[in-house]
Design a protein around this ligand. Structure first.
Ligand SMILES: *Cc1c(COP(=O)(O)O)cnc(C)c1O
Length: 379
């Protein structure tokens, strides 16, 4: 019997589940005639600020621009160093480069794969201005420790929260211990619109105003206070995001349910499973396992109609696009490099059925049994 395929994303199913609400929200924007910096954007910004429990939220064009505009608003530029991780999507470092500053990478924690906070102190210099942790795969970074180091050295903290809306730490929330939180709403993120989108969430009203200027050609009303960008979140996207924001927590809960099924089903498999520190609430943007034979496993799953992807197969400091012409300090990052060679993201989205999750587990266990049989024959 031909099994149906299990893809990596569920956003078309998600749209079908909310079709009536989403279609109506879109039609209302079309009829309103307000498409840019209109009432839907203002409404979504208020809802997002409330959801994130911060003073203000500013919609922008993308998660990348959210980072870049915050860096510029904070006055980062050439000569400044920003401590971050190489185990992330390229955009985290790219936004630092685009601001004119230089990323300085510290290695990842061998358990959580988030920034290894024990490595930050040694990476600081007199040029360090900011720390940019990434809440990788939907797991909050160790913010209390990061905030402590930042305070000692007088550094800004900007959270790259592109993958972790709705996540929580152990007795702390995202946004509580930083200058700004940067979000991405590209469709594959846990809260996604039908295109590109992003936002900055912050307690700092002045910073929010500065980002509002920068996203709109340096302008708040009529006059231009500075040179800026064209980086606004369209009202169409804002309306869709407003509908979906109400469902984010229930989707996160379903993601955690799926993670528990994977955790249980794969407990005996020869793969490393994701680790959540006590008290943290993971939102499983990705469910990432590790295997020494990652490529073999990925190909096997693919042959069974199951799509698994790699996040990220090449660390940023090893990318061809790394701007070597620019000043950079790159030290050995063994944990990050090991991740790049071994990580595999299994299908993870709220619309996955238990049956589909069970099939992924079954095929992964089949792969492990085949490998064991092969290695015994070789002896
Ligand atoms: C997606 C992502 C970004 C960039 O967001 P865009 O909206 O695609 O520009 C930045 N950082 C991380 C960690 C991401 O996953």
């Amino acid at each position: 019997m031909q099994q149906s395929k299990i893809g990596f994303y569920g956003h078309v199913k998600q749209y079908h589940n909310l079709k009536a609400e989403i279609d109506q929200a879109i039609l209302e924007v079309l009829e309103s005639g307000s498409y840019v910096l209109g009432p839907q954007l203002a409404k979504f910004e208020e809802e997002l600020a409330r959801y994130m429990n911060v003073q203000d939220a500013v919609g922008v064009n993308s998660g990348t621009d959210a980072l870049l505009l915050v860096f510029l608003a904070l006055g980062l530029g050439p000569g400044d160093e920003v401590i971050t991780t190489s185990n992330t999507f390229f955009a985290t470092a790219e936004a630092i480069w685009l601001s004119g500053a230089t990323p300085v990478f510290v290695d990842s924690d061998p358990k959580t794969r988030n920034m290894d906070v024990t490595k930050i102190e040694a990476a600081t210099t007199s040029r360090t201005r900011a720390i940019v942790p990434v809440h990788l795969y939907g797991l909050t970074a160790n913010m209390p420790e990061i905030a402590k180091i930042a305070k000692t050295h007088g550094l800004f903290v900007v959270e790259d929260c592109a993958q972790a809306i709705g996540a929580r730490g152990d007795r702390f929330t995202i946004g509580e211990m930083s200058d700004a939180v940067c979000l991405s709403f590209i469709i594959q993120k846990n809260l996604g619109c039908f295109g590109d989108g992003g936002a900055v969430a912050t307690h700092n009203k002045e910073l929010a105003t500065e980002v509002r200027k920068l996203r709109n050609h340096g302008s708040l009303k009529r006059s231009h206070h500075s040179v800026g960008y064209n980086s606004r979140l369209d009202d169409l996207h804002a309306a869709v995001l407003g509908v979906k924001l109400k469902h984010v927590d229930e989707w996160s809960e379903r993601r955690r349910q799926i993670a528990r099924l994977y955790d249980k089903g794969l407990a005996g498999a020869p793969t490393a499973l994701p680790v959540t520190p006590p008290g943290y609430e993971h939102v499983y943007h990705l469910y990432v396992i590790e295997s020494a034979d990652r490529d073999g496993l990925q190909a096997y799953l693919d042959s069974k109609g199951i799509t698994a992807l790699t996040h990220y197969p090449i660390a940023i400091h090893q990318q061809e696009g790394f701007p070597w012409g620019r000043p950079a300090r790159v030290t050995a990052l063994p944990v990050t490099e090991n991740s790049a060679a071994s990580v595999l993201s299994l299908p993870m989205y709220p619309e996955l059925t238990d049956k589909e999750v069970e099939r992924v587990i079954e095929e992964l266990l089949n792969w492990a049994a085949n490998r064991e049989a092969l290695s015994q024959r070789a002896v």
